[in-house]
Design a protein around this ligand. Structure first.
Ligand SMILES: [Zn+2]
Length: 279
């Protein structure tokens, strides 16, 4: 009985690992492609599908057994099979995260097309998290389709209330950070965040509904402050900018996966009941 219910989840986990290894390609190549398009012509020409995967250090094309998610990194012990350059730990971690997110979401929501839409949502968020973390970029080609997909999903599968909250979530998500940005800019003359952050929060609002914006903003501010504190404590602060996107994304995933129990623990249950949170 247990085996028969676990086997599909195991299959989903393996599928998630494979998708994770594709996400690694997108995370590495999309920012390079954007930079090239902006005029940094010394960067190598590439797109998502071409050329075949190669070691970024020695340029040797990978063999198929170097391309197995998770397994290759473990058998190669984190080094390139040709030149022994380090393969960063983030590669297997992203594969693992993509697999785990799929399993957790389907275990929570059950099997069905709607669940699969949420799994795809989490994979796009994982990609955006890493690109913003490393490159301070939230590409429009990811945030804008994510926004539309959220609205369409709730339009197709949700109640009228759900669609209203999703629609309002997109608008308020954009406007809340936009006003914060201008307030900060008028007060300090500096830019606290980028326009990508507004579009990202609009997309998160479209998926999770306007009432969820409050817990998302609270949790992301908390997680951002925590990281800033950690960097200060380790005395590695060199006035480097901190990307806000990863914190917004972690908060949104926590709201989705933590659901009502987490909201109650944050004392936000009353707020969400008052606003009739439909998600
Ligand atoms: Zn190499």
């Amino acid at each position: 009985m247990l085996i028969s219910s676990l086997a599909p989840l195991m299959g989903l986990f393996l599928f998630g690992l494979i998708i994770g290894s594709f996400l690694n390609v997108v995370i590495y190549r999309l920012p390079l492609q954007m930079r090239r398009a902006w005029g940094e012509t010394d960067l190598p020409e590439m797109n998502i599908a071409w050329p075949a995967s190669h070691c970024p250090s020695c340029q040797t094309p990978l063999r198929w057994w170097h391309n197995l998610p998770l397994i290759s990194w473990l058998t190669l012990k984190g080094h390139c099979g040709f030149c022994a350059a380090d393969i960063p730990l983030r590669y297997p971690l992203i594969e693992l995260s993509a697999g785990l997110l799929a399993v957790l979401l389907v275990a929570q929501l059950g099997w069905g097309w709607t669940s699969f839409a949420w799994v795809a949502w989490s994979w796009v968020l994982l990609t955006l998290l890493m690109i913003d973390w490393q490159e301070y970029l939230l590409p429009d080609v990811l945030t804008l389709p994510l926004l539309w997909a959220g609205l369409i999903l709730h339009w197709l599968t949700g109640s009228n209330l759900e669609f209203d909250q999703a629609f309002l979530g997109a608008i308020l998500g954009y406007l809340s950070l936009w006003s914060l940005y201008w307030l900060f800019k008028l007060l300090t003359g500096r830019e606290g965040m980028g326009f990508g952050d507004f579009k990202l929060l609009a997309a998160l609002g479209a998926w999770l509904g306007a009432p969820a914006l409050l817990p998302i903003i609270m949790l992301s501010a908390l997680s951002g402050l925590l990281l800033a504190l950690l960097i200060k404590l380790k005395k590695q602060w060199q006035n480097q900018p901190l990307a806000f996107g990863p914190h917004l994304i972690l908060a949104a995933l926590a709201v989705k996966l933590g659901g009502w129990p987490l909201m109650e623990a944050l004392q936000l249950g009353d707020w969400l009941r008052l606003t009739g949170w439909a998600f």
